[in-house]
Design a protein around this ligand. Sequence first.
Ligand code: 3H9
Length: 699
Amino acid sequence: MLVTYELVGDLGVITINNPPVNALSQKVRQGLVEAIAEAQTDNSKAIVLICEGRTFAAGADIKEFGKPPMAPSFPEMNEAVESSAKPVIAALHGTALGGGFELALSCHYRCALKTAAVGLPEVNLGILPGAGGTQRLPRLVGVETALDVITSGKRVAAPKALELGMVDRVVEEPLQELALAYARSLLDEGAPLRRIRDLEVPAAQGSADVFEVWRKNMAKRRRGQVAPQKIVDCVEAAVSKPFEDGLQFERASFFECVGSDQAAAMRHMFFAERKAAVVEGLSGNAAVKPINRVGIIGAGTMGGGIAMTFANAGIPVTLLELNQEALDRGLALIAKNYSITVSKGKMSQEAADKRQALITGSTSYDSLADVDLVIEAVFESMDVKRQVFGELDRVCKPGAILASNTSYLDVNEIAACTSRPQDVVGLHFFSPANVMRLLEVVRADATSEDVIATSMALGKKIAKVPVLARVCYGFIGNRMLRPYAREAQLSMIEGASPEQIDGVLTRFGMAMGPLAVGDLAGLDIGYKARQALTPEQKGDPRSYCIADALVEMGRLGQKSGAGYYRYDPETRARSSDPEVLEVIEAQAKAHGVQRRTMSDQEILDRHLMALINEGFHILGEGIAQRPSDIDVVYVNGYGFPVFRGGPMFTASQMGLREVYDCICALRDKTGADYWQPAPLLEQLALEGKTLDSWSADKR
Ligand code: 3H9
């Protein structure tokens, strides 16, 4: 029974029990409508609506999206609840999200456990609340708060929700008992049957300007996404239309979104992120080790960010540096980062102090003797890593996990510097590490199952999205970045300007274009890395000669005020620089390249196909476990637009045959070896197979 109804004295209790998250599937909606009807016929005076398990309903059943709608619909269910002749009181715990919170908004009163949170996260799935959320929430809390909550998709903790009016009472455990007591007190007070549909949207908040400001705001903050704009339209409809008409407007907008490519891509990402945590082929014996204390070597930007990540998760950290001066600098940077967060109102001073107190500095390796995990974040040089891991092998207790944050280096070689390769793993964080969600977990040949299982579980615990990779140069993300960066360089020398290339890719939805990213990261980093490579490893000189020339002119990117662009020293505002065009033209001449006009489509194809083809190599070689893992890496670590679902999803949407033909055309046009289609892509395209069917066959 997914929904049950019982009488407790003269109060009715409806209980939903649909693990794991009480999603409101068709059967649950049906059960709820029947339970409400039953409660109308007995001598109950009020009805409490509560859920079993870890949470109140967390929303619609996302697996039902894309299938024909099944009655009773959400509006029908909510209408039945709101029209109840007896007061219905929602009792919330866990996360009352999306359709779950919309159901609560159809109840006449809402109480919530202090630890609960509410929210309307539909925007993160490329859709909008389609069960009255955009019509009821503004009536309850006003236009501005409703727009903020719905367009951000954020979770609002119960005490804050009480302050905003999203819930009426915050209670402690036991929830059912206290919800019944609350229902009783409402009856005793003779509280009215409060139907939100009958409330007016607070006046003075619905001026046309408000909506224009939010539309512009969304165009910037959620560039390229359709749903946020439609959310603003729906909230505007809550002001300008009667409730029923507003509801119909919302429903029509919901259906436009739910069937869109953007929603399909974002649903794909939702499930992809959850799947990424699953390690294929682990034996049942793999044990997750407790990680109670962590050591981090290197207090630079990366090490400091990693230290903050653990402190934020409540795990104590020992931060190690070579000397006191460097350590003090690192600790001061962490303190500064926390104080910025506090000044922005995103954290209390007390919470910041507590987190900072979890980070202890040290200049002696011996202080790492009792940590459960060490992460090295020192200079990217095998010689330096060798030294560090030799020391760790000497001081760390048996069974401690020894991790490297290397971005490119061979984790097998690092593991071989120790007497315990089974305990060595790559944990590749992305900068700034306390902000970026991606974590590549790199398993070396000898890494034990326990260490893999622990690393993946730890990733989740520290609020990252962990993705498993095997060892190769650059693992998943940085390996794919190389051919992408190559195409940016080649497009420039062959005829495009930095502005055109970055413009094409940002219009596609990338957070930043590749050349602006280069300026941000610093052009000297790639330059130095290239110095260590043989000419063969460096590849076609046309693919780096412009970057080299700029560095040799002292144009290192944002930090020197000039790179592919010029930067205002005060505001960092970016502008085009004719000098760069001169450099590009000189390099083209020096390398015998006749520059030409290049179409936006060609630029887009070359960058996208470079990513996709490398993705297929990575998949075929078993570096990534599954195509969706590659999408998780690219969306969470490299600014690929979430509403396009990642490079591999984009390839699937295009059709593998079309992708293959496009790559073959590039090969035939350029004659370049690197445009040879990856064997796996070729095989699937020629056999008419999809990535989904390939993944299913593998299982
Ligand atoms: C909506 O409500 C539209 C409405 O406006 C109505 C329109 C008409 N459906 O995340 P976890 C699965 S849109 C189906 O690992 P946690 C999930 O795939 C919805 N399945 O747990 C996973 O399965 P598996 C708006 C769902 O404790 C398992 O549950 N709501 C759904 O870390 C556990 O999930 C949202 O967007 C679902 N709605 O976090 C909320 N939700 O074990 C989406 C979860 O096979 N959900 N699953 O991998 C969440 O944010 C988190 O799951 C939650 C729990 C915070 C609830």
